[in-house]
Design a protein around this ligand. Structure first.
Ligand SMILES: NC(=O)c1ccc[n+]([C@@H]2O[C@H](COP(=O)([O-])OP(=O)(O)OC[C@H]3O[C@@H](n4cnc5c(N)ncnc54)[C@H](O)[C@@H]3O)[C@@H](O)[C@H]2O)c1
Length: 500
């Protein structure tokens, strides 16, 4: 029986621990699904940890031995809230780690593919990792299994996975392919996974749909949300998610179309911000005005230096390529991409217009990750800006709460890294805020004012009220809002500073 159909029973069974009576332990095991997650990156590791928290038995597979060793010894290779707690709770109990995909496949009812799908030169998704996983799974299909695409893939990938598994000798009666796109966002990945707006499952058979319903039953039934030790719900209303069953093609389309729409919303508000700058309007007030319309909503209306990360840029390119292949020239997507790139160039122009020449200027950079709450620097607009500023001869001292180790691997040795925002700002000609870390929205502005050479802040994420910045003696330049100017004399000579 599905947990969804009998949440009461599920509660009784799942809250029991080591000393539970044998008969209930058996029942809990019966309801738990044996799951393999292939790829222990941002999506795979979070999904695996969350599946274990839902009560399933999970084996996380990766072909990166170093990553497996560190995961087994308790290291967490990525920065993500609640992930350390979940892995500590389930490591060596409901989660194990393995490099042996075939053994993991044999042991599992559902195999989730969560490997990378990076862009090729032409913008198509590189599906070679997905193909190699499908090939390997084939030889281990020894009983009914559902192979689930969790990676973001172009439409019809499900059919290719099926073809590859069949070509390599698996019995067609023993497996189905499902598409279960993941909508988590780095930085809030665990809560996004456990408290989603909806779960999308694309299937080719009712048998596969039934297994997928069982996987997500602890969430759709509401059982998980009643548990005392559940990961806390986010600060927004949440009801148990609806599981939307579609065809596999539709599910693949849903993921690409969702990401394209969200990127479009960001580019839209960035374009509006640019117009605000030229007409003297305040984009924050405009966002408030348009975001209060329930048909539009306030989320993803955050003007800034553009979107980045491992998803939006590559998914937009892949979606455009899918459309082209299908005979549709999706020029709207090209414009979304163009506005995004233009947004970085505009910010750079702003830095130049405030500081005049850039060669030899010392800049404090706050934020390197592509967004707050993560250590991921893939396609980070902050990093792309730093690289541009270095080319222009600036000296950069950077601070990021989580992404510095990764940034050190890709930035030249000339970049200095600081232990905190104030050290980064020591003697700076200007402070640049490039990532929306919460820590950066609550800086001690007096302390910051005391260490900079000139009290100039260029905020690419609109974290501050301009009036608050001028009250603390800063000239403040943000996105889509009029600049807020102050006496920019070095510390010690400014009227504001002396009063402080
Ligand atoms: N990162 C996100 O926020 C996010 C959100 C939703 C969807 N997605 C999609 O999920 C997929 C994975 O993204 P990610 O950010 O987790 O990638 P990632 O690069 O962080 O992780 C991929 C993992 O797969 C492993 N891997 C590669 N080939 C393998 C193989 N043959 N066998 C076993 N392991 C293998 C790699 O070692 C790595 O650990 C992508 O398609 C991405 O578009 C990502």
């Amino acid at each position: 029986m599905l947990l969804e159909e009998n949440p009461q029973k599920a509660v009784k069974v799942n809250v029991l621990h080591a000393d539970e009576p044998a008969v209930l332990m058996q029942e809990r095991r019966r309801l738990a699904i044996r799951i393999a997650v292939v790829g222990s990156g941002y999506v795979g590791l979070v999904s695996g940890a969350c599946f274990a928290d839902l009560g399933h038995e999970v084996v996380l597979v990766d072909n990166d031995e170093k990553k497996l060793v560190s995961l087994r010894t308790g290291d967490i290779p990525i920065h993500e809230q609640f992930l350390p707690e979940l892995l500590a709770r389930h490591r060596d109990r409901r989660i194990t780690f393995s490099a042996d995909l075939q053994a993991a496949t044999r042991a599992s009812q559902a195999i989730f593919i969560a490997v990378g799908t990076p862009p090729t030169e032409s913008g198509d998704a590189d599906l070679s990792y997905v193909e190699s996983v499908a090939r390997e799974i084939s030889g281990a299909v020894d009983g009914y299994k559902v192979v689930v695409e969790k990676s973001t893939v172009p439409v019809f990938t499900n059919e290719w996975i099926r073809t590859i598994i069949l070509r390599n000798g698996a019995d067609p009666e023993l497996f189905d392919i499902a598409s279960n796109p993941e909508f988590l966002r780095e930085g809030t990945a665990v809560t996004d996974f456990l408290y989603p707006d909806r779960i999308v499952v694309g299937v080719q058979s009712e048998r596969a749909a039934a297994l997928m319903r069982e996987v997500y039953a602890p969430m759709t039934s509401g059982w998980y949300y009643g548990r005392a030790d559940a990961i806390p719900r986010p600060d927004r209303a949440h009801t148990p998610p609806r599981l939307i069953v579609t065809s596999a093609q539709s599910a693949e389309m849903i993921k690409h179309a969702s990401n394209a729409f969200l990127a479009m919303k960001i580019s839209f508000i960035n374009a509006v911000a640019s117009i605000c700058e030229s007409v003297g309007a305040n984009v924050q007030q405009v966002c408030d005005g348009i975001g209060s319309d329930s048909r539009i909503g306030p989320r993803f209306l955050n003007p800034g230096i553009g979107y980045g990360g491992s998803c939006f840029p590559k998914d937009l390119l892949a979606f455009r390529a899918v459309a082209k292949e299908g005979g549709y020239d999706f020029r709207l997507l090209e414009e979304v991409i163009r506005i995004n790139e233009e947004q970085r160039r505009r910010f750079l122009k702003k830095v130049r217009s405030v500081l005049w020449t850039l060669r030899g200027k010392r800049l404090a950079v706050l934020g390197l990750a592509f967004k707050g709450g993560t250590d991921d620097i893939r396609e980070s607009p902050a990093l792309l800006l730093v690289e541009e500023l270095l080319r222009e001869g600036c000296h950069i001292c950077a601070y990021d709460p989580a992404a510095m180790d990764r940034a050190k691997e890709v930035l030249p040795d000339t970049v200095e890294f600081a232990a905190d925002p104030y050290q980064a700002a020591q003697g700076a000609d200007a402070v640049l805020i490039l990532t929306e870390w919460e820590e950066f929205s609550s800086l001690d502005l007096d302390q910051l004012r005391a260490v900079v050479k000139y009290p100039i802040v260029l905020d690419g994420r609109n974290l501050y009220d301009p009036a608050v910045m001028t009250a603390h003696g800063f000239s403040y330049y943000s996105v889509g809002r009029p600049p807020a100017l102050c006496d920019e004399a070095p510390a010690g000579r400014s009227g504001k500073k002396e009063r402080a």
